[in-house]
Design a protein around this ligand. Structure first.
Ligand SMILES: NC(=O)c1ccc[n+]([C@@H]2O[C@H](COP(=O)([O-])OP(=O)(O)OC[C@H]3O[C@@H](n4cnc5c(N)ncnc54)[C@H](O)[C@@H]3O)[C@@H](O)[C@H]2O)c1
Length: 214
C-alpha cells in the first residue's frame, strides 16, 4: 500500500489505534468486508471522515466493494508499527508500574518489558511476573547495554525530569510518561504524556454540563 507524501496530521494518527481496535473486533465477528458508511457508524465518524483519514495512507477501499477488513487491519497495524517488537523498561515499581507489568496485553502486542527500576530498597531485588526490579543507579547502563527503545516513567512528578534525562542520555527513542508533569526531551526523542484523570475530568464535565450556568 502506497503512503501519500503529505504529512499526516496528529489528529489522524491519534485515530489510527481506534481503527485498529474496531477492525480487530470486526475480524473476531467474522465480518470481512465493510463500507466506509458502516465503519463510520460503529466508530462514531462520518463516511467521508473515514475515507479522508485512510486516503492519507494511499486509500484502502474499492468503490462498490468497501474495505477488506483483514487487509486494512494489517495495514493499520503496520503503519502503527505494531508488527515490530519494542524493548521497554519501567521506572518506578509502585502501584502503577506493577499494574502495567501485570497487564498481559502489552506482551501480546509486542511490547517486551525487560526490567523495572526503583529507589526503594524494599522493592529492589523483587520480581513481578519474572521481571526483576533493579536499583535506579543501574538504569543508564542497562538501557545502553540492552538497546532499550521505550522508557515508561511511573515515578512521582518531582523525579520524572531526572529520570527522563537519564533515559535520553542512554539513547531511548521514546518515553511514555505517566507522571503528572510534562517532562522536556530533545526533538529526536518522542514523548507521550498520559493523564488518566484528564479523561475522568471530561466525564465529570459531561455529568455536570446541563447544570452549568455559563
Ligand atoms: N497518568 C495517569 O493517569 C496516572 C495514574 C496513576 C498514577 N499516575 C502517576 O504515576 C506515578 C506513580 O504512581 P503510583 O501510584 O504508582 O505511585 P507509587 O508511590 O505507588 O510508586 C512510585 C514508585 O516510584 C519510586 N520512585 C520514586 N522516586 C524514584 C526515582 N528517583 N527513581 C526510581 N524510582 C523512584 C518509588 O519508590 C515508588 O515505588 C505518579 O507520578 C502518579 O502521579 C499517573
Amino acid at each position: 500500500m502506497q503512503r501519500n507524501s503529505v504529512k499526516v496530521s496528529m489528529a489522524v494518527v491519534r485515530r489510527l489505534p481506534k481503527y485498529h481496535r474496531y477492525l480487530g473486533e470486526l475480524i473476531e465477528k467474522d465480518i470481512l468486508r465493510i463500507s466506509s458508511k458502516e465503519l463510520g457508524k460503529i466508530m462514531g465518524l462520518t463516511a467521508s471522515q473515514i475515507r479522508q483519514d485512510l486516503n492519507c495512507f494511499g486509500g484502502f477501499g474499492q468503490q462498490g466493494y468497501g474495505y477488506n477488513v483483514v487487509e486494512l487491519y494489517k495495514e493499520i497495524g503496520h503503519i502503527l508499527g505494531l508488527d515490530k517488537e519494542y524493548k521497554c523498561v519501567i521506572i518506578g515499581a509502585g502501584n502503577l508500574g506493577q499494574a502495567i507489568t501485570n497487564y498481559e496485553g502489552f506482551r501480546r502486542e509486542g511490547f517486551k518489558l525487560m526490567a523495572m527500576f526503583d529507589i526503594n530498597p524494599r522493592l529492589i531485588g523483587n520480581t513481578i511476573r519474572d521481571i526483576k526490579i533493579s536499583d535506579i543507579s543501574e538504569l543508564e547502563e542497562y538501557v545502553v547495554d540492552n538497546d532499550i527503545v521505550i522508557g515508561i516513567i511511573c515515578v512521582p512528578k518531582e523525579n520524572s525530569q531526572e529520570i527522563a534525562d537519564t533515559l535520553v542520555k542512554a539513547n531511548v527513542r521514546a518515553i511514555w510518561n505517566f507522571s503528572p508533569s510534562d517532562v522536556k526531551v530533545p526533538e529526536d526523542v518522542v514523548i507521550e504524556n498520559v493523564a488518566i484523570n484528564e479523561s475522568l475530568y471530561t466525564l465529570t464535565y459531561l455529568i455536570n454540563e446541563d447544570n452549568l450556568d455559563i
